[in-house]
Design a protein around this ligand. Structure first.
Ligand SMILES: Cc1cc2nc3c(=O)[nH]c(=O)nc-3n(C[C@H](O)[C@H](O)[C@H](O)COP(=O)(O)OP(=O)(O)OC[C@H]3O[C@@H](n4cnc5c(N)ncnc54)[C@H](O)[C@@H]3O)c2cc1C
Length: 404
């Protein structure tokens, strides 16, 4: 199968539609919610209802984070552009509008991606339409997610959860939290399972919200679980502890969410590039793509370098999504896309602040905000360093015990 590096034609109308939404509905309220941290963006309710309507009518398959379920249909040998491809393209358009607001979209949480990736058919149906956030990180556990200390103990037909989760995106506003907890610390990472814990479950408490550098429109919560009883059927995937399989089940989520986070960085960077291109044109800086960069003005040469960096990330994002749609193992490519796009997002947005001078640094425009918003995309769902580690392991054929 060959990969076609053009945008899929059939997804152009969806992409254009979402671009209009990003321009006309997200951009106008972007600064408002950057200033009003922790205030719920009520304008998103209407947008979310529109997205639900599209999904129900089948037109919006993969219009957001919920569309990443892997197709279980038998392979007919044909190349497909499916839910993963439409998700990355539409999420990048939304993030061209605003990353924080995109992350705050009801029913499009990273927990929804986890459910889509690992839930069985019954769970998929039961949790259809809920807004789910994702809780992995703990006070003593970040990149080393195999070290999770939150426990889940089977008691009759319930699991009893105890522990603390921090930095949960949409943790306050979502309807449910997908919580990673261990069934048996002694058995290592194979015993880590994810549980859907619905809001209002006794023993679950949102303790506080974080004040952050960027994506202020998105709430970030600390949540504690104290003897929190969760129905056994809310464990996602298999309750068996398969030491041979290790972390594979839980990690499958990342193969789908990392290209999505890459797409967020791609969208945010393009917002900065589009704005800066116009600004340079107005300032009389000519960019000539037919001449070597070093023969042009310093600003033009820098801009060409930023655009090529962007293009590299964009193509890796397409590749990772395309492989997922065509049911090819994509862990390495998902991490490559996330590493490249996360780094590119920060470099490009901050360089655009630099190129734009005082306009770049001023709150009168959004460039400074994009530089703040993009940083998180190089941190959550696995940091830059962790993505590089994963890629190195895959390339060298080494296990996580062999290369730490
Ligand atoms: C705004 C925001 C939203 C978030 N949302 C969520 C969410 O919804 N759900 C959730 O579960 N978590 C969330 N997180 C947490 C995020 O995933 C973690 O911050 C991230 O995984 C890093 O973990 P840590 O902060 O503990 O840093 P650490 O793991 O302590 O890492 C610190 C530094 O050391 C580096 N490092 C660590 N290990 C290695 C290694 N082996 N080799 C080389 N370098 C290494 C890291 O790359 C990093 O630079 C969020 C964080 C933020 C800031």
């Amino acid at each position: 199968m060959a990969i076609n590096l053009e945008d899929p034609k059939k997804l152009k109308p969806l992409r254009e539609q979402i671009h209009q939404v990003a321009m006309n509905m997200l951009r106008p309220i972007s600064r408002k919610y950057d200033k009003a941290e922790h205030e719920y963006p009520t304008e998103l309710d209407m947008l979310a209802a529109m997205a639900d309507g599209l999904s129900e009518s089948g037109q919006g398959e993969g219009a957001g984070a919920t569309g990443v379920r892997r197709d279980s249909k038998p392979d007919d040998g044909k190349v497909k552009n499916g839910a993963n491809m439409s998700s990355v393209l539409s999420v990048s358009e939304m993030c061209w509008g605003d990353v924080g607001l995109t992350l705050a979209m009801p029913r499009q949480g990273l927990g929804n991606s986890a459910i889509a990736s690992v839930a069985n058919d019954e769970q998929h149906e039961r949790f259809d339409g809920i807004w789910a956030s994702m809780a992995i990180t703990e006070p003593g556990t970040g990149s080393d997610s195999a070290n999770i200390k939150t426990t889940a103990t089977l008691d009759g037909d319930h699991y009893v959860l105890n522990g603390e989760k921090i930095f949960v995106t949409s943790g306050d506003r979502s309807d449910a939290v997908v919580v990673w907890a261990t069934l048996d610390k002694e058995l290592g990472k194979a015993a880590i399972k994810s549980f859907v814990v619905e809001k209002g479950t006794p023993g679950m408490k949102v303790e506080r919200l974080e004040h952050k550098l960027g994506i202020k429109a998105s709430d970030t919560a600390t949540i504690t679980f104290t003897d929190c009883r969760v129905p056994a059927e809310n464990l996602l995937g298999s309750p068996e502890i398969n030491v041979k399989e290790g972390f594979a089940g839980a990690m499958a989520t990342f193969d789908n969410t990392r290209p999505l986070v890459a797409s967020m960085a791609v969208g945010c960077a393009r917002a900065a590039l589009d704005y800066t291109r116009d600004l340079l044109a107005k300032a009389g800086v000519e960019i000539d793509y037919d001449r070597p960069a070093h023969l042009q003005s310093a600003a033009a040469a820098k801009f060409i370098q930023l655009e090529s960096d962007y293009e590299g990330a964009y193509l890796l994002m397409l590749q990772a999504a395309w492989m997922a749609d065509n049911r090819q193992p994509n862990s390495k490519e998902a991490s490559m896309a996330k590493a490249k796009a996360g780094r590119m997002g920060s470099d490009v947005t901050l360089s655009c602040v630099e190129l734009a001078g005082t306009i770049g640094y001023s709150e009168g425009e959004l460039l400074e905000k994009w530089a703040r918003d993009s940083k998180i995309l190089d941190i959550f769902e696995g940091t830059q360093q962790i993505q590089q580690l994963i890629v190195a392991r895959r390339v060298l054929g080494l296990s996580s015990a062999e290369l730490k």
